[in-house]
Design a protein around this ligand. Structure first.
Ligand code: ZN
Length: 337
């Protein structure tokens, strides 16, 4: 089968690789759609921290936002899984340690992450082997495009739940990329008044086109009481700005990662009585994200600018825009193309 293989920083190719076999407790999925995200770009550039911590090494098979159909089952997996449309948890805890046993397998020290960590091949291929325990079934209303948006959506939903906003609340979302826009969509669905902070005119115009009327730059941001601030950007000064902007008694949520450390003065957290939360991974909210998409509460499909084939991923990771692409921040891959 064909798979996208990253061989060194800036070097990648589509290769013929052995078709995966479903091991005990695993399934093999025919991959229908895969999202390319910022983490994949960091692996392409070589900046990703896991490369330097020994959690990942080239050659790598990327892809962790995916949807597909179960084509084969391994030992111990009921045949009823065959033909089911699914997505899966990126995080694969060892299932044995204290964190896993307490429901926090997404931060298991020994975890693999599909297409990211521990040598577990990702979904940018025609087929993918994953543990059946990591699967989530997709209802008919969740098509392949939505299915491949469940993982980023779950991250965003966790951020919104950490921000604890609802009707009557005002939330500021920093960074109108895929995660920021998904946060904005879930916060809007919760009934909050959503404001977005961005840098480029194009990204702010796109946010406006999605129906978000309060879009600002740091220069134009009005002085308003924000009950929560979500940092979904990658600028090192924003974590401190979030604490500065949030209302006393409010919440700041950190889901973006900067390339260098950010300083936050904890005295501000104390004196403003602010709760600060970090979010890694979608795992605990994958099911609710699927339900939100299936119910039409949130429809993130406009975020997808283009759907390309395996052969075009290298160009996407290098930052080149596909011909005819829309304005959205997300590129999807259909391995059958
Ligand atoms: Zn564990």
């Amino acid at each position: 089968m064909r798979a996208f293989v990253l061989t060194a920083p800036g070097e990648a190719e589509v290769r013929e690789v052995p078709v995966p076999v479903a091991g005990p407790g695993e399934v093999v999925v025919g991959v229908e759609r895969v999202g390319v995200c910022g983490t994949d770009v960091e692996f392409f550039t070589g900046e990703m921290a896991y490369l330097h911590q020994g959690h990942a090494a080239y050659p790598m098979r990327l892809g962790h936002e995916w949807a597909g159909t179960v084509l084969a089952v391994g030992e111990g997996v009921p045949a009823t899984w065959l033909g089911r449309r699914v997505t899966g948890d990126t995080m694969l805890g060892d299932g044995r340690c204290r964190r896993c046993l307490r429901g926090r397998q997404h931060v298991c020290e020994n975890r693999q992450e599909v297409g990211i960590r521990g040598g577990r091949p990702g979904a940018l291929a025609e087929r993918l082997a994953v543990p059946v325990s990591s699967l989530h079934v997709l209802p008919g209303k969740v098509d392949a495009t939505l299915g491949a948006l469940v993982e980023p959506g779950g991250n965003a939903l966790r951020a919104v739940r950490a921000a604890a906003v609802g009707p009557g609340d005002r939330v500021l979302v920093m960074g109108p990329g895929t995660i920021g826009l998904l946060v904005a969509m879930f916060a809007r669905a919760e009934g909050a008044e959503v404001h977005l902070l961005g840098v480029t005119a194009g990204s702010l115009e796109f946010a406006s086109a999605l129906g978000f009327e309060h879009v600002w730059t740091e220069e134009t941001l009005p002085e308003l009481p924000f009950d929560a601030v979500v940092d979904a950007a990658n600028a090192p000064h924003l974590p401190a700005l979030a604490v500065e902007l949030v209302e006393p008694g409010g919440r700041v949520v950190y889901i973006g990662l900067a390339g260098s450390p950010s300083v936050v003065d904890t005295r501000s957290l104390v004196l403003k009585d602010v709760a600060a939360v970090g979010v890694l991974s979608a795992s605990p909210e994958l099911g609710d994200t699927i339900a939100a998409y299936a119910g039409g509460l949130v429809d993130p499909r406009p975020l997808v600018a283009a759907t390309v084939g395996l052969g075009e991923i290298g160009a996407v990771l290098a930052g080149r825009r596909s011909e005819g692409a829309g304005r959205g921040p997300k590129i999807h891959v259909d391995p059958a193309r």
